[in-house]
Design a protein around this ligand. Sequence first.
Ligand SMILES: [Zn+2]
Length: 386
Amino acid sequence: MFHIADEKDILQGKITDVYFERTLRVLKAKGVNPLVRAEFIAKSFPDCWPWAVFAGLEEVLHLLKGLPLSLRTVREGTVFYPFEPVMEIEGRYQDFCIYETALLGLVCQATGIATKAARFKRRADGRMVVSFGARRMHPVLAPMIERNAFIGGCDGVAVVKSGEVIGRDPMGTMPHAFIICMGSTVEALRAYDEVLEPRFKRVALIDTFLDEKFEALNVAEALGERLFAIRLDTPASRRGDFYRILEEVRWELDYRGFHGVKLFVSGGISEEDIPVLNPLVAAYGIGTSISNAPVVDYSMDIVDVEGRPLAKRGKFSGRKGLYRCTACGDRRVLPIQESPGGCTCGAEYEELLLTVLKDGEVLTEREDPTLIRERVLRETEGLSLS
Ligand SMILES: [Zn+2]
């Protein structure tokens, strides 16, 4: 059997730290069940990220719908900063006590992946970024990982099931194993071209047997105009100066008139590599860096009990409003009863926390992942990465 929780386990609250289960038993025995509000904030982000992209809400709603709870959150794909409340759950504590572990897991990992993808997409400066890292993670997580990589800014996902989740065709080139089975890169490419439908772009993987430069010319001559790109997944042991290899391949292709053939790179590409490679590269396949993105450590803390502000030490009590100026982007966190008034720039503030669940009823339509992705691209434009 697979070592996984199924949907029922999660919905029944079995994915809970046992101390919540014990707490629930004691609270029930003593008849204590206050109406509380608990908020989700992150005090800091991993790797000194200055901002993060909120993600995971769709699954949170799937978990909470039908329960006697209400929820205010920012929209998925909204950029936020440390100490800003991004989600607030309201209800009798016994009704959601055992879900804290699962709720945090849903938003912490999704937010980390979406943010990392957004950072890659920013660095790629308009070039294509494809999620290739599902294979580094437990397969049960692949659709979640790639859905959040996509909304964060990846242009495509690799796994078939992930494509179904986001409503897009998955993207891919060809594996080394295919070329090895066929005996040569050119043979493999010719067979691919012969068998597969023209709507799949012809991208030749050229680092299997021979030197990248000569293999690039072989495939370009074999396929001519139909060759869309060549992909270099050159092993680290052979890479030397990867930029220089790419430059040489580009030169040789251009010299022979193959100006239209693009360069696609993959294999251990880090965020920092992207600006260096951008002048030569049209598309990136990003694996582990996105699928194994650091998580954003939200905490869930009670801030209000029976309508009165109350929070643990080190935590601002009370319900809050989160506001953003529609013109200059200035941000305010205020007690819920206070209005932000007008911004000093002359424009108005908008409230970012919206009620999406009321007494178990979902008030919002499911958002198309493509629209969430567009929000991320819009909101992260021009933001500093460090
Ligand atoms: Zn303003």
